[in-house]
Design a protein around this ligand. Structure first.
Ligand SMILES: Nc1ncnc2c1ncn2[C@@H]1O[C@H](COP(=O)(O)OP(=O)(O)O)[C@@H](O)[C@H]1O
Ligand SMILES: C=C(OP(=O)(O)O)C(=O)O
Length: 534
């Protein structure tokens, strides 16, 4: 079918020019010509996403066990949102796009061929198309000749929904229609919705149809060929900690784990760049070059040099680049089953140890609980860390019940010999406002020690409330911080806070009681506070 016919079939009747699969240089050129972005001193393209709406705190997707006639998922719409409501909004968005210049990018998700998904993304701006190019897998020329999409994304930032007409809660929305295989994004140019939209559908397809665990995690592989996986909600350190010069990067955010491999869904990274520095994050820093898209950054006055400390627009400033911009990226982005799994939690209470080793029961308990803090950035209204339990460390993106993912993980933990670690990348020395965020260099040192097997050679203390095994020493880390209680000025206050947090864990876990067997329940915190030698 001719290109124009393909667009017409989608309900788009272009009255202006449309640009299909433009190369990076052209997308940059178009952005500059349209004055929608500027080139920075390192050659990266900096754009503003306009009004930064981010994800709404009220978004809660529905849980579905199968795709039915009206399997529609939503963010920011009123319930119920019917098939007709979807069709109306779809028609209004396609009519809107018909009157605009549009950019079409054909891309793939899933680096293991048997799970690969073809996605067509139609956007209003050239730089959104650049994002798609960078973040998804890039089909070969030959593949593009015969490309047919299975999923379609329409992203129209300037289309502001009218709640009266569109049944949305506000002007911005992300709506996934599993039946029609369409994602509608409007009212916001935050490109994160494009990638997380595809992640959400893979979180349905892989576990449900293919018995493959999908994971909100980063992954890398050592010279010894051993894979490590880092689960974590936004801002907990997946991207930062997986970029390690001594290990090859598999991916920074979305992966699958089948019977043999861990494989990346994406072809690029979406790094936070608040406070980015060459010293602390050298690999990410040097990935910011021609072809990279920077979002919502600001400059040192009168220059084209990015001031990464400037969060005037949002804390959620981002760099989107193809994975091969990281020097030692693994190609293809596939590794073996993991030997180490890290659960990254950003504990704003400063209670959890900076690193601890988990039993299988604890691993399951903490995976289902997904305790962390939301940090300022991706969610509207979050300006300081806020405690949350986000099941599987990625609840906003899970269409199936969390226990589905937990069951798959539990099975895999039993089949493979995996070390599971809980890493607190959040506060130490007191809660947020009193203590400080654990130094990145210490977190890196602890992870390296775990991966090198050095933490197998030290003694452990057992945390009496959480039952977690805390190493008493670790190369490159002051021993006193390994037991969080030591870092608090007032140990009694620490105990009280630990108990309070344990109670929150127990309260949250009530939702999953019926699913949990004795082993998982044994991973729950106990309410007693002294620390004793294990
Ligand atoms: N101890 C720490 N461990 C990991 N990240 C930290 C730590 N302290 C501060 N940070 C910062 O937190 C942010 C983590 O963001 P990122 O790695 O993009 O998270 P994610 O990929 O999980 O969304 C980065 O800006 C990083 O510099
Ligand atoms: C892109 C996102 O995820 P992360 O911060 O994990 O990269 C997001 O949540 O919008």
């Amino acid at each position: 079918m001719k290109k124009i016919e393909q667009l017409n079939a989608l309900g788009i009747n272009p009255r202006k020019e449309y640009f299909w699969n433009l190369p990076v240089s052209k997308l940059v050129e178009h952005t500059l010509q349209r004055k929608q972005g500027v080139l920075t001193s390192t050659g990266a393209l900096a754009c503003d996403t306009g009004e930064f709406t981010g994800r709404s705190p009220k978004d809660k997707y529905i849980v579905k066990d199968s795709v039915t006639e009206d399997s529609i998922w939503w963010g920011n719409v009123n319930h119920p949102f019917s098939t007709e409501d979807f069709d109306n909004l779809y028609n209004r968005v396609t009519a809107f796009l018909s009157d605009r210049e549009i950019y079409i990018k054909d891309a793939q998700a899933g680096s293991k061929k048997e799970y690969q998904l073809n996605v067509r993304v139609i956007t209003e701006t050239p730089w959104q198309s650049l994002f798609v190019n960078n973040l998804f897998l890039r089909p070969s020329k030959k593949e593009l000749e015969t490309f047919e999409h299975e999923w379609l994304i329409l992203a129209a930032p300037e289309f502001k929904a009218d709640p009266e007409i569109d049944k949305t809660r506000q002007h911005n929305f992300t709506i996934i229609n599993f039946t029609k295989k369409v994602i509608l994004i409007g009212g916001s140019a935050y490109t994160g919705e494009i990638k997380k939209g595809i992640f959400t559908i893979l979180n349905y397809i892989l576990p449900h149809d293919k018995n493959v665990l999908s994971m909100h995690c980063s992954a890398n592989i050592g010279k010894d060929g051993k894979t490590a996986v880092f689960f974590g909600l936004s801002g907990t350190g997946k991207t930062t900690l997986s970029a390690d010069p001594s290990r090859a990067l598999i991916g920074d955010d979305e992966h699958g784990w089948d019977s043999e491999n861990v494989f990346n869904f994406e072809g690029g990274c979406y790094a936070k760049c608040v406070n980015l520095s060459e010293e602390k994050e050298p690999q990410i820093f040097s990935a910011v070059r021609f072809g990279t898209l920077l979002e919502n950054v600001r400059f040192y006055e009168g220059s084209d040099i990015v001031d990464y400390d400037n969060i005037q627009v949002t804390e959620n400033t981002r760099a989107a680049y193809p994975i091969n911009f990281i020097d030692n990226a693994k190609n293809p982005s596939i590794g073996g089953a993991p030997t180490n799994i890290f659960f990254l939690t950003c504990d704003a209470f400063g209670v959890l140890p900076p690193i601890s080793k988990l039993t299988v029961g604890q691993a399951m308990y903490h995976f289902i609980s997904g305790y962390t803090a939301k940090v300022a950035g991706t969610e509207a209204g979050i300006t300081e860390p806020q405690t949350t339990f986000s099941a599987c460390f990625g609840e906003p993106f899970l269409p199936l019940h969390p226990t589905k993912y937990a069951e798959l993980l539990g099975k895999k933990l039993k089949e493979n010999n995996v070390n599971v670690w809980l890493v607190n990348t959040g506060w130490s020395g007191g809660a947020y406002g009193i203590g400080e965020r654990i130094k990145l260099s210490y977190t890196r040192a602890m992870i390296i020690a775990a991966l090198d097997g050095k933490l197998d050679q030290v003694d452990y203390l057992k945390h009496t409330v959480f039952g977690l095994q805390m190493p008493i020493e670790c190369e490159g880390v002051p021993s006193n911080i390994l037991n969080p209680k030591n870092t608090w000025e007032n140990p009694q206050k620490y105990d009280e806070t630990a108990e309070k947090l344990a109670a929150q864990f127990n309260e949250n876990f009530k939702m999953y009681q019926s699913f949990a067997n004795g082993e998982i329940r044994s991973g729950a915190p106990k309410v007693a506070v002294n620390l004793e030698k294990a």
